[in-house]
Design a protein around this ligand. Sequence first.
Ligand code: NDP
Ligand code: 1BO
Length: 316
Amino acid sequence: MTVQKHLTLQDGTLFPAFGLGTWKSDPGQVYDAVRWALQAGYRHVDCAAIYGNEPEVGEALQDAFEAGDCTREELWVTSKLWNDSHRKEHVRPALEKTLADLRLDYLDLYLIHWPIAFRHGVTFPKSADEFLTLEEAPLEQTWEAMAACKDAGLTRQIGVSNMGPSRIESLSQVGPTPAVNQVECHPHLQQRALIDFCASKDIAVTAYSPLGSTDRAQRKDDEPALLDHPTLLDIAAETRATVAQVLIAWAVHRGTAVIPKSVDKRRIDENLQALSVELLPTHLDAIATLDKGYRYLDGEFFARGGSPYAAADIWL
Ligand code: NDP
Ligand code: 1BO
């Protein structure tokens, strides 16, 4: 079994630095993916209500506990509050729905998924009136409701996702400092300034889309293919690893948690084995040159249809 690595959160809680992503893991696939992952030694699963697969993840978790693959106490489960439930009266019911779907009594971590708000019941807005502005649904009120969920024992930690320093500062003025900020992070978007800011506040960073999020429905014409990058291919050859393993090892080496998604048993195993890949200073120097501030998830999907949001303002 591969040795798990951990980050230490503000209150001393150990946060597994490696987990399984589940976005785009369709019902019909995600049950097996979660079971294979837990049998292989994964101890962290990243979920979200909007992924539409929490009931099937919950079935897999229950069966894994019953089969003795791991105990609830050994496992870290993260989920996320969707944008239509930011108003304070909707936060706890959304978390309770996620807990029922996941068949859990508590989460380890609950995140505000995006600093974007929709009218209650809207999955993805089709018109301007389906959005709420941040004046109509202030993130600070959402955060107070998240903190109440933590106090009620529904989640052990609370955190944020897709947020930059000014949003984190303003949430920290009305409640606890977020335990975790989950953001896109890979060699083309290294997030050095944000990671330094989070370190200064003792906020752990989780890197999402660490492999370049290759299976998104909407891809851009100019999208760089991370898994085929010549520098990364060279490092993979030198370390006798795959490029995916190099990317995961790099994320863990720089002190972030990382949550690659796969529904393929071979790749699920391969990704976990990345924790044994050792990168040399020359490799780290070469990867450092690949930063170009490129977002695979640029947030443009929240800026259409008469949206009051601009993509560039999401990451403030
Ligand atoms: P990833 O960067 O993890 O890439 C997933 C893609 O890589 C899939 O096509 C997968 O295919 C493929 N893949 C997985 N392992 C390998 C491998 N070893 N070699 C080659 N290809 C591989 O993308 P995601 O965008 O899914 O990000 C990971 C997770 O982060 C999400 O699943 C989600 O949990 C979280 N996330 C959070 C966001 C947020 O807003 N907070 C936004 C985006 C992601 P296959 O399944 O066939 O193996
Ligand atoms: C809208 C994209 C969500 C991925 O976490």
